[in-house]
Design a protein around this ligand. Structure first.
Ligand SMILES: [Zn+2]
Length: 471
């Protein structure tokens, strides 16, 4: 067989961390992920631009995981003519439904609000960007999902070779994809979690078998320039913050994203309360999306560490601290401000830029007894970012609020591996030639220097540029 070249063209997550969309020509054009740009208004405006290629030409789409920045433009593929299969793991398919329907709801709400504002102020209605997609478009996309990827098992891809998903340990269902082609083996990392965290619920990264070492890799670099705080010390810090917060007697607000972070927090709270490190407290989970996502952790318990998988199989719930109450609806959420005494409120979104946490923040930000615990990355422009930077006042909607609550940050809860994890991953893959994606330019430059120092061929993919990765 002659070795045909394999090319890579990135139409997202090229020298930035969102919008993952990579085209591979494996003798047949396929896409890996199709995510939304997220962050600044300039980045988000890119979601409304042409995709950069003709969706009808694709032979297949493969998904690494169900985060919005990896699946959030799938309905646009469908709207623009793609009718082919979208391969993913079963858990990714389940989470995709939750994530995409929520995104469609938010888009329709955003459009309705902006339209109303335009009418009020006499601005032209056609200046308002229409919704990227609506629930009906999501349903069409969901019908294209083929949840046929099984960890460790090769599946034929349209280029004539196989693709093998390997556990990526990032969120439920997350996979790295190892493509075998006539020109060699290409590893698409997707987002990577950790090898194994002593305390975390998900099983860790899966090492490629010896027979599957890669010739080339396309690697995420979110935290390629960082070393994470050890897990045990993060949990220790969280316990200390919670004990102090309980003593002050106020509410404890834990902003969280619905998938993975919420389950990690609930599980950590349960272990801390059961060990006596933190007093038993009421915990209100005020996120319907997080509650639905947690159900999928039970359905796909095989992806949890073996002891937790066993606990689930015997009917135990690792994600329910003793005082957990799942808030049913917005009316009940509104009444929480009147709940007396200390309690933990877990709600979205993780950066306080929307979702039910905004209302809780409005109720408690001015209370010196309250504590806001930030466990995730906070983009500087978001309310969470401003709180983390120590702002004395922040703006929520049209309201300017004084910050009197304590704001505490805990590092180490990231679902992304750090530099050491990425280096171990490349070592396990046999130090392939590496293309860097899904990172800020500074992180990529630093990591490229580290790899070059080890003699690894390395480059950062540029948006829209086609590079030969194999052959
Ligand atoms: Zn992700």
């Amino acid at each position: 067989m002659c070795a045909q070249a394999v090319t890579l063209t990135s139409f997202g997550a090229a020298r930035t961390v969102s919008g993952s969309l990579h085209l591979l020509d494996l003798d047949a054009p396929v896409a890996v992920d199709c995510g939304q740009f997220q962050g600044s208004p300039e980045l988000e405006a890119l979601n409304h631009q042409p995709l950069g290629f003709e969706p009808r030409d694709l032979s297949a789409v493969f998904l690494t995981h169900a985060h919005l920045d990896h699946v959030g433009r799938l309905p646009l593929l469908t709207r623009r003519g793609y009718r082919g299969p979208v391969y993913c793991t079963p858990a990714t398919a389940a989470l995709c439904e939750i994530v995409l329907l929520d995104a469609a709801r938010i888009e329709v709400e955003r459009y309705t609000q902006q339209l109303r504002a335009a009418r009020r102020s006499g601005l032209p209605e056609d200046a308002v960007l229409p919704p990227l997609f609506e629930p009906a478009h999501v349903q069409s996309t969901l019908a294209q999902l083929r949840p046929e990827l099984t960890f460790g098992e090769p599946l034929r891809h349209p280029g004539g070779g196989t693709v093998t998903p390997l556990r990526a340990g990032h969120i439920l269902g997350s996979a790295s994809l190892l493509f075998r082609t006539r020109a060699g083996r290409l590893l698409m990392s997707g987002d990577l979690g950790h090898w194994a965290l002593a305390g975390a619920p998900l099983r860790g990264l899966q090492r490629p078998p010896e027979s599957a070492l890669a010739d080339a890799a396309v690697l995420e670099t979110t935290y390629a320039h960082r070393r994470h705080q050890p897990w045990a010390s993060s949990v220790h810090d969280l316990a200390e913050i919670l004990r102090g917060a309980v003593q002050r007697g106020g509410k404890i607000l834990m902003p969280s994203f619905a998938t993975e972070r919420t389950q990690l927090l609930l599980w950590t709270l349960k272990t801390l309360m059961e060990s006596g490190d933190v007093p038993h407290l009421p915990v209100f989970l005020d996120s319907p999306m997080a509650a639905r996502a947690t159900q999928e952790y039970f359905r796909f318990a095989g992806e949890l560490r073996p002891d937790l998988a066993e606990a689930v199989a015997s009917g135990l719930d690792p994600f329910s601290p003793s005082g957990l109450h799942t808030v049913k609806d917005a009316a009940e959420s509104g009444k929480l401000a009147r709940f007396p005494g200390p309690a933990i409120l877990v709600a979205g979104n993780g950066m306080l830029s929307g979702g039910r946490m905004v209302r809780h923040l409005q109720a408690h930000l001015g209370d010196p007894a309250a504590t806001i615990v930030l466990t995730g990355y906070q983009a500087p422009a978001t309310p969470g970012g401003q709180l983390q930077a120590g702002a004395a006042t922040i703006t929520l909607g049209t309201e300017r609020l004084e910050v009197r609550a304590q704001v505490r940050s805990v590092a180490g809860f990231s679902a992304h591996g750090d530099q050491a994890t990425l280096l171990n991953y490349l070592a396990a893959a046999g130090w392939p030639s590496t293309w860097l994606v899904h990172g800020e330019p500074g992180a990529m430059t630093e990591f490229a220097g580290v790899l070059a120092g080890r003699g690894v061929s390395v480059a950062a993919a540029a948006a829209g540029e086609t590079v030969r990765v194999l052959g």
